[in-house]
Design a protein around this ligand. Structure first.
Ligand code: UDP
Ligand code: MG
Length: 317
């Protein structure tokens, strides 16, 4: 048992050459203080500097360092997904490679996991980033995401998080969805807690994200909301919209008929008739879309061999 890996540290790396050595030393120090076996997984997300060479050197001297190198840059979500897939630990900790987070926080995250939480989210309370282009937009985005997903967190984008690996491994990450992992995990019933995390200003290199990111995040939240609420029953979403359009169509038609028979207002001169026809078509389309979505969802679950549920424990099986 003692030989099984307990903790996997996953860090996405994209052109972070200047910080890697120090990062490694700090992580090593923090992990050394835990008397359980751990591994460090660096995912080189198509770096164009010397990051990979440096990582390879680290791995040559330490077989607890594992490296995945992408053929090109796929983005932070893909990098994290690769790391999570390969992680063997019971607990997975994610942190950035730019030393903005502090490996010294690791024990505090583990403490919460040991208390029984499935996800510990770092909150960069004293965030050391540009206020106007990063901290403020992020505050707004966090408020919106918290409201819409009903999972209230101060810092969805926090780079430092600890997970119990079971639920995490059941979540497929696409696009730039890593920020929404807490919402997905909550939906799966995870116990989540937020703790304050240290945050340093970026010392080396530069940020890979701009203000535009915040807008993309807000678009993503619509997708996430849909996926979380309707992935198992898309017909309820599209069908609902369809019925609404059909009802509106009947009302408009009724109004047009009342105008004709009550007030001698000819149907062929009444735009309400056209609107009614239009709404009827839209309504039928929505319902057909819902059917298509139902078929797609079945294909999705079958093709990926995915269950629509996660089992927590089995006894005598
Ligand atoms: N990163 C990555 N691929 C990308 C962009 C970023 O692997 O396409 C990594 C990057 O090396 C860093 C982390 O993701 O370890 C967060 O990036 P960054 O520090 O630029 O974001 P910020 O902290 O400024 O939001
Ligand atoms: Mg950073």
């Amino acid at each position: 048992m003692a030989n099984e890996i307990y903790l996997s540290l996953v860090s996405p790396v994209c052109n972070e050459e200047p910080s890697l050595k120090e990062l490694y030393a700090k992580i090593k120090k923090a992990l050394g203080a835990i008397d359980k076996k751990s591994e460090i997984i660096f995912v080189d997300d198509g770096s164009s500097d010397n990051s990979f060479r440096l990582l390879r050197e680290l791995a040559a001297n330490d077989d607890g360092v594992k490296i995945v190198r992408f053929i090109r840059n796929y983005g932070q979500t893909a990098a994290l997904a690769a790391g999570f897939d390969l992680a063997q630990g019971e607990v997975i900790i994610q942190m950035d490679a730019d030393l903005q987070d502090d490996p010294e926080d690791i024990p505090r995250f583990l403490e919460k996991i040991n208390e029984g939480y499935d996800l510990v989210v770092g909150w960069r309370k004293n965030r050391q980033d540009r206020y106007l282009t990063k901290t403020l937009p992020s505050k707004i985005a966090n408020a919106i995401i918290s409201r819409i997903t009903k999972v209230k967190l101060h810092d969805y984008g926090s780079p430092m998080k600890a997970y119990r690996s079971g639920i995490l491994k059941n979540i497929s990450l696409y696009g730039e969805m890593h920020r929404f992992i807490p919402a997905y995990m909550a939906w799966h019933g995870a116990k989540i807690i937020e703790i304050e995390a240290t945050h340093h200003a970026r010392q080396f290199g530069q940020t890979k994200y701009t203000l535009w990111k915040t807008f993309k995040v807000i678009l993503d939240v619509i997708t996430v909301k849909f996926l979380l609420n309707y992935i198992n029953r898309p017909m309820h979403f599209f069908g609902g919209a369809g019925f609404f359009a059909l009802a509106a169509s009947f009302l408009t038609l009724a109004a047009a008929l009342i105008l004709k028979f009550g007030y001698q207002f000819n149907l062929n001169r009444n735009p309400l008739l056209l609107i009614s026809v239009f709404l009827a078509i839209v309504g039928v389309m929505f319902i057909l879309l819902g059917l298509l979505a139902e078929i797609l969802v079945r294909v999705y679950f079958a093709a990926q061999n995915k269950q629509s549920y996660i089992v927590k424990e089995k006894i005598n099986l």
